[in-house]
Design a binder for this molecule. Sequence first.
Ligand SMILES: NC(=O)c1ccc[n+]([C@@H]2O[C@H](COP(=O)([O-])OP(=O)(O)OC[C@H]3O[C@@H](n4cnc5c(N)ncnc54)[C@H](O)[C@@H]3O)[C@@H](O)[C@H]2O)c1
Length: 422
Amino acid sequence: MNRRQFLATGTAASTLLLLKPRTAFGFQANSAVRHGLLGCGNRGTSVATSFAKNTSAQVVALADLFPDNLASGHAHFDALNASLGHAAIDSKLLFQGPHAFEQLAVSKDVDLIQISTPPFFHVQHLGAAVSSGKHVYCEKPVGIDVRQAKQALEIAKHVGPSQSVAVGFQCRNAPPIAAIADKIKAGAVGKIVSVTGYYNAPASKEKNRPGAGADEYRLRNWLWDRALSGDILVEQNIHIIDLCNWILGSKPLKATASGGRNILSHAGDCWDNYQVDFTYPDGVHLSFASTQFGDYGFFEAGLRFFGSIGNANVPYSGPMQIVGQQAWAWQDSIATAPGSGKFAANGAFTDNLAFADRDKERTFIDTITSGQPQNQIAAGVDTALSCMLGRMAGYQRREVTWDDLLAHGETYELGFKLEEFA
Ligand SMILES: NC(=O)c1ccc[n+]([C@@H]2O[C@H](COP(=O)([O-])OP(=O)(O)OC[C@H]3O[C@@H](n4cnc5c(N)ncnc54)[C@H](O)[C@@H]3O)[C@@H](O)[C@H]2O)c1
């Protein structure tokens, strides 16, 4: 199947959804899902905009810790709503400060909360949204340490029977990736022997504001900070680990790792490179390597599955194909040279991921309007813990098993109170 055929199928399915005259849990299939965005930054704005353009969700509320980010989100979504023929956001539905997430959670005018805050806050914000009965789209990772991961599993038990919760692993929904994953799972490369994975990205850019104190500087540059982000393996490389777990149908049993902070000299304590060997059941190994530094126009991320009768290449950019006895290719894969993919800090990638967000969002909204909710928290926690396994192996320079990780109970503290931003 090529992209055009897949698109045609997707369009037909979504049109059907819009026309279905059924009502489920208060939703007419063609009525708007009232969408509140928590965290009006780069990714949050991109995803909420895509929801508004591609689904029946309509942004009606915004919340953010910082007034400038709330204001720019407000301007953006008022303009977007106007362009789509929707009303401007009611000023009563603009929430700012350390309690903005709670105010948004209890708002009766919101059905769906999108959590796009820095990773350290995801589980706290997820808890508030779930306990208020909202549908939730929560960015990855679901937790930056073992304590948060365990809290998230408790929250998962309180998701109501009509509540839908998605975790932001949109790569699974990219049509070429979904197609090759189906083939690999159906045995197209035979018995899988080993996997290689990589995520080589440019450095994240400094965000500064004149007069910002040390805590605010850390918050705005959360990507540089282990406690706020979980480090590059948990925050960014997680997409590749998630695809590997999903395609292999398992989480890793143990890991060994190396890495460090060899180039970066700016503030923060995240590593700029990792090399991790994950062991999966049946002796399958994922050899994973990542870097995050520099900015010279190079970006690549992907996986290659080696099996007894072929191998499958699963890149963000470049040929999506299987070579061997059951050769196959996604016809529209763009044959870019390795390393020439375009990085997108807001996650809105092109090439093989071009329709990942759109299809993830449509699938999620469908779970709400059709009354067939999903709860992706536990799966999201498994992937987050998989990355923490590699991170602990790296930091402690030893083999770490899944049980070691859970028993160790690694925790991170913020070290300051958000009340200073009230
Ligand atoms: N799925 C993907 O491909 C993808 C891509 C990029 C980012 N992300 C994830 O999206 C999230 C946001 O990333 P970003 O790049 O937009 O960051 P960002 O810094 O641009 O935006 C974060 C926003 O959250 C606000 N904020 C910070 N702490 C808050 C709090 N306690 N309460 C309310 N608001 C708070 C900030 O003011 C800011 O507006 C992160 O979890 C990141 O890992 C996912």
